[in-house]
Each structure stands twice: as C-alpha cells, then as structure tokens.
Design a protein around this ligand. Structure first.
Ligand code: HEC
Length: 148
C-alpha cells in the first residue's frame, strides 16, 4: 500500500535533463570550421593551436565563451593567417556552450592533458561579464587574451 502511495510522487519527480552532447552541437560549427577544425583559409579560422592557448588562460576562456554567445567580428590573426570575417552568435544555453567548447578542446583542437574543462557556471559568469559587448568588442578581447 505504501509503495502505491509513493508511485505518483516518483512519477512526478522531474528527470534530470540529459547533458548536452558537444559532438552533435559541433556539427553546426563544422559547417564553417570543418569537422577537423582545419577551417577555410581567408574565411573560417582553424580551431587548433590558438584555441589551445586561449583555453589556458582566464581571459582567453572568457573570450572563447563570448565568441559563441555574442559572435565575433575581427580582424583577427590565427596561426599567422589573417581573418576578417564575421561569426554569427550561436543560440546555445550555458551547458550547451560548455559541452561544445569541451568537445572542441578535446577532440578538435586536441588540447591534451592540460585542457581544463568548461562548466556551465563558468559560461554563465563570462556571459554576464560580457553582456554589454557586441561581436566587434569580442574581437578586441582576443588580442588582450593572447597578450598582443
Ligand atoms: C557561419 C559560419 C560559422 C559558424 C556556424 C561558426 N563559426 Fe566560429 N567563426 C567563424 C568566423 C568567420 C570566425 C572568424 C571571425 C573573424 O574573422 O573575425 C570564427 C571564429 C571562431 C573562433 C575564434 C578562433 C580564434 O582563434 O580566436 C572560435 C573559437 C569559433 N569560431 C568557434 C566556433 C564554434 C565552437 C562554433 C559552433 C558552436 C562556431 N564557431 C560556429 C564562422 C563560424
């Protein structure tokens, strides 16, 4: 009898939301950056060595989060090559941005053992600190983050 009374309670308990899958979200990025992250010269930058360095510093991590949340309008120089494009802001929630950046770090940029995973809380904090920025202002953060 007691078990029967508990049943409606159990059914009403919301199930934990499934964690977003960075690999499937990355499919929308790979339309421009390519599945390997190799990019397209002059159009879409590669997600490789520069991503790895950016992910290693607090300012760089905040920049990477804002590129996705706010978009990016350069000019930027990636691995010595100039890009003067515009990346549209991606409509993704905090957990989805974290999952996507983690997929890029581990499987695309191959950032290796030193890579520290992004959390939804870190994304939320960066999003709040960059709330007033537009895509061009995000571009300016890049030089500061890389110290040049
Ligand atoms: C419509 C094409 C397009 C899509 C889709 C796109 N990007 Fe971009 N992305 C760009 C362009 C263009 C730039 C460079 C902008 C510039 O030249 O200033 C860029 C820049 C970046 C950078 C900055 C690289 C650096 O070294 O500073 C990162 C990181 C990035 N994109 C990640 C992503 C991720 C992750 C996704 C998917 C959630 C994504 N992009 C989706 C076009 C795109």
């Amino acid at each position: 009898m007691r078990a029967l009374l508990l049943l409606p309670l159990l059914l009403a308990t919301p199930s934990l939301a499934a964690a977003p899958d960075g690999a499937s979200i990355y499919k929308r990025c790979s339309a421009c950056h390519l599945p390997t992250g190799a990019g397209v010269p002059g159009a879409y930058p590669m997600l490789g060595a520069n991503f790895k360095s950016l992910a290693a510093s607090p300012a760089g991590r905040s920049y990477l989060i804002l590129v996705i949340a706010k978009g990016l309008a350069g000019p930027i120089t990636v691995e010595g090559k100039p890009f003067r494009g515009v990346m549209p802001a991606q409509t993704l929630d905090d957990a989805a941005i974290a999952a996507t950046l983690n997929h890029v770090g581990v499987n695309v940029a191959m950032a290796g053992k030193g890579f520290r995973p992004f959390s939804a809380a870190e994304v939320a904090a960066a999003r709040a600190s960059g709330a007033a920025l537009n895509a061009a202002a995000v571009g300016k953060l890049r030089a500061q983050a890389l110290g040049r």
